[in-house]
Structures are given as structure tokens and as C-alpha cells.
Design a protein around this ligand. Structure first.
Ligand code: NAD
Ligand code: UD1
Length: 337
């Protein structure tokens, strides 16, 4: 079975490619490298011991996608490609709607034109907005507070409409919580552009000395120690969730919406301490004001994924931190030499 992996050179995509190949899937990576480097795929090639076909192209470009579908008989798509920076999405909403929503629309058109109607889509826990309680189940109310989140909500709706119009489509919406960590080899990992927005890359860059000090955004939330609580999930567990989703896809007769999280929340300070313990590094921090748009607490109820995919996250916070540190310390400049 041949899978087209859009955004396959990115953080989650590259890790997922490894498990797909190991599970026996043939894959083709499709990426425009707007937020990734070809080096990530070369390193994946080394890990899996074969050359993964790569098509450089943009999901908004019909010709690029058609090239991929004409060169390979694609059975299903895992659709990671998209822009993901919340702050940037507020500054450039049209760029986000264009890339994420319009890009997905073109992708679906080209898929349909080639008789490929199976898609696994990267959604996000951001679609739950500020949840009324935790843990979060898939039937919680949905909302968005920024263009990035709205693009995910819209794409979910678009894909549901597509299924209503044509029930031959097989659609799985995976709502990720907070992916961190890296492949155990330490050769691939998260390589953010510029100053990281997310917690773990910021901690790791502070530990290596690229950043002077972590700002902890708020210590007056109603949480265990006042700092924000999130459901951090090892990127390899997340990748495994995609393989399980693909394996089961043909058994579903409706659009499936599935949380991928661990079900356990950790505060910023708990993550910081776990990172210090596993890396042996001291990470200086200051308490800073709350970040606009942040919520106190967000973690999944992952029981539906367990029931429907027989999947659950296996790795704990220490392993996540250890693997993040292995990647960061062996690649202080990410994929740039
Ligand atoms: P990433 O930026 O590392 O990967 C996205 C990839 O898509 C990159 O390789 C980029 O070059 C490519 N891309 C972007 N626009 C494209 C286009 N128009 N055409 C072709 N390729 C394009 O991000 P990631 O962390 O791996 O996230 C993957 C997906 O998961 C995204 O859709 C993201 O919104 C979603 N997601 C991520 C997180 C997270 O915390 N990382 C959480 C929830 C959901
Ligand atoms: C953020 C996005 C979310 C996106 C997710 C994954 C916002 C408001 N939300 O989620 O839409 O799906 O990333 O890409 O940007 N923190 C610090 N100091 C830092 C960085 C973070 O204290 O330098 C804290 C945050 O306040 C939060 C926790 O660490 O409590 C996690 O932050 P982050 O990694 O940015 O993830 P989210 O805010 O959950």
C-alpha cells in the first residue's frame, strides 16, 4: 500500500515516515520545504536503510500534486503539510487560510480526481479552545481563538462535508496534544525556525546555551503549581498512532475523530524539572506574565484511541525529555551544520 505523506519532511512527518516504512508501507514524501530541510529525509533514509521517494511541491499547486499521483499509485494520504505558528497566524491570517484551508481543498480535489479517497488529517487539541474541564473527550465543544486554530476547525468541517457528499471517502481526524521528544537515534528531531514558541524546544535551547533563560508564562493559574498544564506526548508515540489509524482505516464507516494524547498533564515547572533531571543541565528561568491566548490546563482523555485503534502512548515524560536532549545536544544547530 502506497501512502503520500504531505509535510513528511517536517517534525511529526519525518518521525512518522520511519514507522510507516517499518510497518511495511511504501511511502512518498511531498513537501515544499517552507519549514523543513531535505536533510531530515536523508537522515530518515539512513535510519530505515532505504531511499524514500521525495517530491518537492506545494499542496496548493495542482500540477505539483498531479505529478505525485501520476508518478505513483497512491492509496492513501497522511496530510501533515500546513503552517502551525499561532502568533504568526494572527499577523498573517490570509497566509494561514491560503496554505492550510485552500491547500487541503486542492489536495482533496486531486485525490478525488485520481480515485484516492483515504486521508488521515493532522488536527490539534487547539480546536477545543478553552475547555470547560479536563480530561478532554472528542465530543467537547469546539472553538478557536486564532486563525491557526480556525484553519484546523474549518478543515475538519470541510472533510466532514466531503464525506457527506461521498461516503466512499475514508477520513480520520487526529487531534494531537503537545508532541515533544525525538527519535531515539538523536539524528532527527524538532528544528524550529528562529526563537521557539513551544516549551520544549525553548528549554532545550536554553540548556545548550543558545537562549539565556526560559520565561515561564504565568504562575497564577489554577493548577498544581500555578503554571500551565499540558498533555505532552512523545513524537514516536504520536507517529505510532498514525500507523494504527492507517491499519484500521478500512474498518471505519464514518469520519473518525480521535484524540492522540497520553491522558496525563504536566505543569511547565514539572517539565522543566524532568528535563533537568534527565539532561543533568541547569535551566535558568524567570516567571513572566501570562502569554495571551494561553489556557490553564489541557489534557486528553485518550480512551477512544485505545478502544478504536488499540493505541496508547507508551513513553513517559522522562523519556520525552531525554530524547529531546539527545537530539538537541547532538545537533545544537538543528539540521544546519
Ligand atoms: P512542521 O512545520 O515541522 O511540518 C509541516 C511540514 O509541512 C513542513 O515540512 C513544511 O515544509 C510542510 N509544508 C507546509 N506548507 C506546505 C505546503 N503548502 N505544501 C507542501 N508542504 C508544506 O510541523 P509539525 O509539527 O510536523 O506539524 C505537522 C502537522 O501537525 C501540522 O499540520 C500541524 O498544524 C499539526 N499539529 C502540530 C502540532 C505540534 O505541536 N507540532 C500540534 C497539533 C497539530
Ligand atoms: C501551542 C499553541 C497551540 C498549538 C501547540 C502545538 C498557543 C497559544 N497555542 O500550544 O495552538 O497547537 O502550541 O504547536 O500558542 N510556555 C512557557 N514558556 C515558553 C513556552 C511555553 O512557559 O517559552 C508554557 C505555555 O504557557 C504553556 C506550556 O508552556 O503553558 C506549553 O506551551 P506550548 O509548547 O507553546 O504549547 P501550547 O501553548 O499548549
Amino acid at each position: 500500500m502506497r501512502i503520500l505523506v504531505t509535510g513528511g519532511a517536517g517534525y511529526i512527518g519525518s518521525h512518522t515516515c520511519i514507522l510507516l516504512v517499518e510497518a511495511g508501507y511504501d511511502i512518498v514524501v511531498f513537501d515544499n520545504f517552507c519549514n523543513a530541510s531535505k536533510e531530515s529525509i536523508l537522515r530518515v533514509d539512513k535510519i530505515v536503510g532505504k531511499t524514500i521517494p521525495l517530491i518537492e511541491g506545494d499542496i496548493r499547486n495542482k500540477e505539483d500534486l498531479t505529478r505525485a499521483f501520476e508518478a505513483y499509485a497512491i492509496d492513501a494520504v497522511i496530510h501533515f503539510a500546513g503552517l502551525k505558528a499561532v502568533g504568526e497566524s494572527v499577523e498573517k491570517p490570509l497566509a494561514y487560510y491560503d496554505n492550510n484551508i485552500y491547500g487541503t481543498l486542492i489536495l482533496c480535489e486531486v485525490m478525488a480526481a485520481h480515485g484516492c479517497k483515504s486521508i488521515v488529517f493532522s488536527s490539534s487539541a487547539t480546536v477545543y479552545g478553552d475547555p470547560h474541564s479536563t480530561p478532554i473527550t472528542e465530543d467537547f465543544p469546539l472553538s478557536a481563538t486564532n486563525p491557526y486554530g480556525r484553519s484546523k476547525l474549518f478543515i475538519e468541517e470541510m472533510l466532514r462535508d466531503l464525506y457527506v457528499s461521498d461516503s466512499e471517502w475514508q477520513i480520520i481526524l487526529l487531534r494531537y496534544f503537545n508532541p515533544i521528544g525525538a527519535h531515539e537515534s538523536g539524528t532527527i528531531g524538532e528544528d524550529p525556525n528562529g526563537i521557539p514558541n513551544n516549551l520544549l524546544p525553548f528549554i532545550a535551547q536554553t540548556a545548550i546555551g543558545t537562549r539565556a533563560c526560559l520565561s515561564v508564562f504565568g504562575d497564577d493559574y489554577d493548577t498544581v503549581d500555578g503554571t500551565g498544564v499540558r498533555d505532552y506526548i512523545h513524537v514516536m508515540d504520536l507517529a505510532d498512532g498514525h500507523v494504527k489509524a492507517l491499519d484500521k482505516m478500512h474498518t471505519f464507516s464514518e469520519v473518525m475523530t480521535i484524540n492522540l494524547g497520553t491522558g496525563k498533564g504536566y505543569s511547565v515547572l514539572e517539565v522543566l524539572k524532568a528535563f533537568e533531571r534527565t539532561s543533568g543541565k541547569n535551566v535558568p528561568y524567570v516567571i513572566a506574565p501570562r502569554r495571551t491566548g494561553d489556557i490553564a490546563s489541557c489534557f486528553a482523555d485518550p480512551s477512544y484511541a485505545q478502544k478504536i485503534l488499540q493505541w496508547r502512548a507508551k513513553r513517559g515524560i522522562e523519556e520525552m525529555c531525554k530524547d529531546s536532549w539527545r537530539w538537541q545536544s547532538s545537533n545544537p544547530n538543528g539540521y544546519k551544520c
